[in-house]
Design a protein around this ligand. Sequence first.
Ligand code: NAP
Length: 541
Amino acid sequence: MSPARVPVPEPPARTARQLREATSSALRRRRADDLNPLRRGLRLERVPDPCSFVLFGATGDLAHRKVMPAIYQLWRTNLLPAEFSLVAVARRPYTDEAFVAEVRASVEAHSRVQPIDEDAWAELAKRITYQQLDFGGDAGFDRLSKRLDELDAERGTAGNRLFYLATQPSQVTEIVHQLGRVGLDHELRGAGWRRVVVEKPFGRDYESARRLNHELAKVFRESQVYRIDHYLGKETVRNLLVFRFGNGIFEPVWNRSYVDHVQITVAESLGVESRGAFYEETGASRDILQNHLLQLMTLVAMEPPSSFHADALRDQKLQVLRAITTPDIEHVRHDVVRGQYGSGWVEGVAAAGYREEPEVDPESETETYVAGRFTIDDWRWSGVPFYLRAGKRLPKRATEIAIQFKEVPLPLFRDSNGDPAPNVLAMRIQPDEGIMLRFAAKVPGLGLDVRTVNMDFDYGTSFAVDSPDAYETLILDALLGDASLFTRADEVEAAWSVVTPIIEGWATMLAPRFPNYAAGTFGPEAADELMQRDGRRWRRI
Ligand SMILES: NC(=O)c1ccc[n+]([C@@H]2O[C@H](COP(=O)([O-])OP(=O)(O)OC[C@H]3O[C@@H](n4cnc5c(N)ncnc54)[C@H](OP(=O)(O)O)[C@@H]3O)[C@@H](O)[C@H]2O)c1
């Protein structure tokens, strides 16, 4: 059944009056831009080209919680072009009005800036249309193609299209083939770019990721494909690049001569919530290790790129991924730990064990925790262990990168009171975003007491502006054609070639006796033993 379409207010061709209005609205927007710190500030000298944003899976969870609030926020801060249209695509029948009302409720619930700016919303709402379509049939894609052409004429979207696939991973191939069939992949000369954004997870292992890359490449060129890992859009992750390459004093010590080891933690206090079925198929290694943890590791370990051009950056990240020692079965047995939470208490609230969660097999062997010791075989990092860990139902939500430096060569203050510990540089990715440097200091007084103290930089107090949500950053970048924060085909495959041997190795071994950590604790004992064997311990987050 085709949805009843609410007529779009503007007539097909632009009249002189409309052109005048568009010009004065552009001027108004430009004036607003002058006051907009985002626009004046860091990097935005341009607004994306006129375009249609085609949101597949528009009625889904991700679209409602993340994508639409991000679009609204970009629109509200004048970061989208006036000639913009959003075509929402999903299976259920909706009128434009009904869809807009539903999205409005989600934006209200999830927007980071409240209350909703009514004028901005009214303008954005005019640009949203709903297109009912079943991915399995040709007819909907034929209609979509026609509709996009109409919008070019009605709204001046100039043939530019971004297809955002907020859909199940198994549906990516058929959508992409359909886009190819109706010619929506073809870029036109001079204007008319076509881009596709693909959500994570990208494949389940090395082979499936390769197959997916191959299917995408049958339709789109690599430069048209934007694989999203929303961690890369986080303000603090982007700041890591500025921290490393915008300051002269850290790079000289950023290597095996000075760094003892690196710890990267992605801790979640939540369990699987309503996504038990999804998690059963995924587990912590596919959900976090393959993408977020390895991406953070590449940003810490990469060589300076020659520019911030997307390929220059991604070439360097790829070198790191390729230099990570591929885990063999012995490595998997000794240096990688998996865990699954049992019942316990998290932040004062009783939490059920993983096997008691809805849609989870009561004998599930899916890991909700993974920790591993990895090494990078290159001159900079040879011999420096990188300890990565991620888990659900840990005591708190925190993502952190900690660089621990070597001890001083001669412990001059050995006999003083106190306990000077090695320097640590900790970058807090979320929450309480900031950077902390731990160093030794003399306690005031006549004696020679030495203590470690923290020098802290806190994003929230240092800058009086709110950080954009990662989806705002990434959607805007995709619209601008900047792929530097998106993963390239070879990068995704290289990351899978680190994680696949772990998953395959586990399949040949007996799983540990799950559950092996209680909800509200920092993971299984085996993870602590992994560190103790190396004479180290996990940082207390
Ligand atoms: N949700 C998150 O927090 C999150 C986070 C990171 C990544 N992701 C990724 O984002 C993607 C989407 O996740 P989600 O949680 O938003 O999924 P979801 O809630 O299940 O939404 C799926 C969407 O796809 C549409 N759809 C399904 N089958 C269709 C068909 N045959 N034809 C047309 N439309 C169809 C649904 O439309 P109808 O409702 O009309 O059937 C719905 O809009 C997944 O790849 C997921 O891994 C999600």
